[in-house]
Design a protein around this ligand. Structure first.
Ligand SMILES: [Zn+2]
Ligand SMILES: [Zn+2]
Length: 823
């Protein structure tokens, strides 16, 4: 066996293996293999943001641990990688960098800039993912902005349209006035913001009295279509059906009754406007009220606002409050903390506009989503309620059209004469209707020959919510269903309502089947101060900094061990540094082992005679294998890494290796078969540790494997070695119990020497052990050679009775008296 060098340079070593693995092609999915069972990971294609952050590191470490573990278990693992390119973030950045608005330049130019920016961002993120050492099959790499991917998105739309899931309609939608596009419920965040509650008089038409309403959005007064009270509210029920005048605009509206009104909010009387919030939408639909659209797409008041036309909502609010005060209709204003829906990209207050949009029928799938979510395995289990609650909470169908540019085009035209919708045929895609006409001569309804392209584009989630099928090979490979549903869909806790949900509804609608068998959830990365990591909080750490400073294997240990799967995980430098120290410990014990195994060949003719301590550590490592395997099966990576590190550091390095050093160095006083037993045990236990660690710290374990084991074991890479079976090393309860006592005794003797400030190799002329009973004394006598060797004892005397002396920790009935050579 080859010895390991004394020191190692992790940066060099990690880079070397990342290159070699790629050259070896060991992470390629074998598309033709029909023997091994495929295991497919639905890697969520990231949105290129131009940097790899610690949250990404956490995600990819999870994906990669699963991929490597399953590969060692013999699966044909599909670990693909795509990039979810389209979207507002890129457009906004391009506008900023080029100091333009998207409509200032030709669409072709704008799109090109977007593509260039995406490529730049992908390069940066890819470098980070490579540095983390992820076992991705890079031959699968794809970009959703490429026409070949458009084809899949557009095809799925056409199929769903034919199945009746896609429809066009004029409905209220969430709208970001700053991004100037419709946004889905999932893109609306809720923030607590301070506003004002305004108390305003609405005079009755037939009397001099007035009704005092309270509203936080007085700028919507020009769009007021009713005033509402609770019919159970004794104060106001008599007014239901009466008419009031809307201040400033002098329009008459009716007082209506609805039990949804909270009598305790404000004055108990509210105005209904189109649309101040989602409740207004419900009321307008329920009571069939008229709609006065007040806002234009850029969020300014339109002509329906009369003298306020052209103002922003903020300007209009100020002007209207002033005018109300002048008209003596403003009773008072007070501060109010309220939940406000904001655009998740730009944090602008999201409005509700009624615009013609494309929708996917998703609410009708809520029962299916619930049923399927219950069949999926969730890690951790409680996360499934997040998906179910979300599906149940949705008021509206999914608005899938956007008024942007950098996105997949909607493959639709309209007949210029009769407005008939011309849906692209399946074989036409990919197609951009703005550049190409439909391949038909005339409109099937009116024989018109002119067509107008759909200007809207798809929501980015339309691209990224078909990945389970796309990764499997849909629609091109005939056998794609062999790889579908995905075995695991990994997702962040914050995107269950988007990613996990959209995947579910799209695939259920398209294929009547769940897209994934299991869902692995990671939490958020917190800063060292316990708050969510963010640049503005100054608790932000960039992933490249961590990877450069401590290497991938140490960083991965932080990700795996930082907390329970699904929980938020704080980033702490000491955790990464602890990972580094563990690697050094592993390297050193491997170096020591490699030297002592220089003359060892596993097929030695002499039969090794296993000593009690050999059996002890072998049983412990068998137990570790069981625990680590169970933890990996349940995606409890923190449990796996803790168990492996504890075993390696304490049972293996501190106890076993120390106890058998003498046997290894001095075969003459122990016997050759006994030495061979220690060698064989070291050989087996270290190999097992390397294998169990291989999914979490792949680089260092590979280096040790290649130097020490590859020639004998014969696997091209440790990553290709089969995950240890649970029965190859037997558990031995008796050996463990007895061994525990022996290592505790040795540790106590060493502790005594340390306390007396003696070197650990100080000879003990005589050691008397009071073992307390026969079974304990028998255990000690069985291992006496190792005890004598480890503690340099001249004469060991073990008595099966209680006595006096230094007590062994956790064994109060065992004491010893050590006599040292007189100076
Ligand atoms: Zn926005
Ligand atoms: Zn027509």
């Amino acid at each position: 066996m080859q010895p390991l060098p004394r020191e190692y340079n992790f940066a060099e070593l990690e880079r070397k293996w990342q290159q070699r693995w790629e050259e070896m092609g060991i992470y390629r999915f074998d598309w033709k293999d029909t023997k091994r069972i495929p295991f497919t990971i639905d890697t969520p294609p990231p949105y290129p943001s131009g940097e790899l952050h610690m949250g990404n590191v956490l995600n990819w470490t999870y994906f990669d641990i699963v991929a490597r573990y399953k590969r060692m278990q013999g699966y044909n693992v599909l670990f693909p990688q795509g990039w979810d390119c389209h979207g507002l973030g890129i457009e906004i950045q391009v506008e900023k960098e080029n100091k333009i608005r998207k409509r200032d330049v030709p669409p072709y130019q704008f799109r090109k800039w977007c593509e260039q920016l995406v490529e730049k961002y992908i390069t940066i993120m890819k470098e980070g993912i490579l540095k983390l050492g992820c076992s991705i099959d890079w031959t699968t790499e794809y970009r959703t902005m490429n026409p070949d991917y458009w084809r899949r998105t557009q095809l799925s739309f056409i199929l769903l349209h034919k199945k009746g899931f896609m429809y066009q309609g004029t409905h209220p939608v969430n709208w970001c006035p700053s991004c100037e596009t419709a946004i889905a419920d999932a893109e609306v965040d809720y923030e607590r913001r301070e506003g004002t509650l305004n108390y305003i008089h609405f005079p009755f038409v037939d009397s001099s009295e007035s009704l005092l309403i309270a509203t936080s959005r007085p700028e919507f007064i020009p769009a007021c279509v009713a005033v509402e009270v609770n019919p159970k509210d004794e104060r106001f029920k008599k007014y239901i059906g009466k008419k009031v005048t809307v201040p400033l605009v002098n329009r008459t509206v009716t007082v209506i009754g609805d039990e949804a009104v909270d009598p305790n909010f404000g004055t108990g009387v509210v105005q209904i406007c189109t649309y101040g919030d989602k409740d207004d939408v419900k009321t307008v639909m329920k009571h069939k009220l008229p709609v006065i659209m007040l806002l234009s797409e850029n969020g300014r008041i339109n002509d329906n606002g009369g003298k306020y036309a052209g103002l922003t909502t903020k300007q209009a609010r100020k002007a209207i409050i002033e005018d109300l005060a002048v008209a003596e209709l403003l009773e008072k204003t007070e501060k109010l903390m309220q939940e406000v829906g904001v655009c998740d990209r730009c944090k602008t207050h999201a409005e509700i506009l009624e615009v013609k949009q494309w929708f996917m029928k998703t609410r009708s799938l809520a029962d299916d989503v619930e049923k399927t979510a219950n069949e999926v395995v969730w890690y951790p289990d409680y996360m499934k309620t997040r998906l179910i609650d979300w599906a149940r909470s949705l008021d509206w169908d999914w608005v899938i059209s956007r008024q942007r540019m950098f996105a997949t085009p909607i493959p639709v035209w309209y007949c210029k004469h009769c407005n008939e919708i011309i849906l692209a045929k399946e074989e036409w895609v990919p197609i951009d209707p703005k550049l190409k006409n439909p391949r038909i001569e005339k409109c099937p309804r009116c024989n018109g020959r002119e067509f107008v392209p759909e200007q809207d584009v798809f929501d980015t989630w339309m691209d990224s919510s078909i990945t389970c099928a796309v990764h499997a090979g849909w629609p091109d490979l005939k056998d794609w269903r062999r790889r579908f549903p995905a075995d695991v869909h990994p997702s962040g806790i914050d995107i269950i309502r988007t990613w996990a949900y959209y995947l579910m509804v799209r695939h259920l609608a398209l294929f009547n089947e769940t897209p994934y068998r299991s869902c692995l959830i990671n939490g958020m990365v917190l800063g060292s101060d316990g708050r969510k990591m963010s640049k503005s909080l100054k608790n932000y750490v960039a992933a490249p900094e961590v990877l450069n400073k401590c290497g991938s294997d140490a960083t991965r240990q932080w990700a795996a061990g930082g907390g329970a799967t699904g929980s938020d995980i704080p980033f702490r430098w000491p955790d990464v540094e602890f990972g580094r120290r563990f690697l050094v410990k592993l390297w050193n014990v491997s170096g020591f082992t490699s030297k002592l195994l220089a003359d060892y060949t596993p097929s030695e003719l002499i039969e090794p005679v296993l000593q009690p301590l050999d059996k002890w550590i072998l049983s412990k490592v068998a137990k570790l294998t069981l625990k680590a395997t169970e933890a990996m099966e349940r995606c409890q990576f923190n449990v796996a890494i803790e168990e492996i590190r504890n075993f390696t550091w304490h049972a293996f390095c501190d106890s076993y290796v120390e106890a058998v050093k003498d046997r290894l160095y001095k075969p003459e006083s122990h016997g050759k078969p006994q030495r061979l037993a220690a060698q064989k045990t070291l050989y087996e236990v270290l190999y097992r540790v390397l294998q169990l660690l291989a999914p979490i710290t792949p680089h260092l374990t590979e280096e040790i494997y290649q130097t020490m084991y590859a020639a004998d074991k014969g696997f091209k890479s440790l990553q290709e070695s089969p995950w240890p079976k649970l029965d190859t090393i037997m558990e031995d309860e008796r050996a463990e119990k007895r061994g525990d006592l022996v290592v505790a005794l040795i540790a106590e003797i060493r502790r005594e020497k340390a306390e007396k400030r003696m070197p650990l190799n100080t000879p003990i002329t005589k050691l008397t052990v009071y073992a307390g009973d026969y079974s304990a004394s028998e255990a000690i006598i069985e291992s006496k050679e190792d005890i004598i060797g480890a503690c340099k004892i001249g004469n060991l005397n073990v008595l099966p009775e209680e006595g006096t002396g230094r007590e062994v920790i956790q064994y109060p009935h065992v004491q010893f008296i050590a006599e040292y050579q007189k100076e």
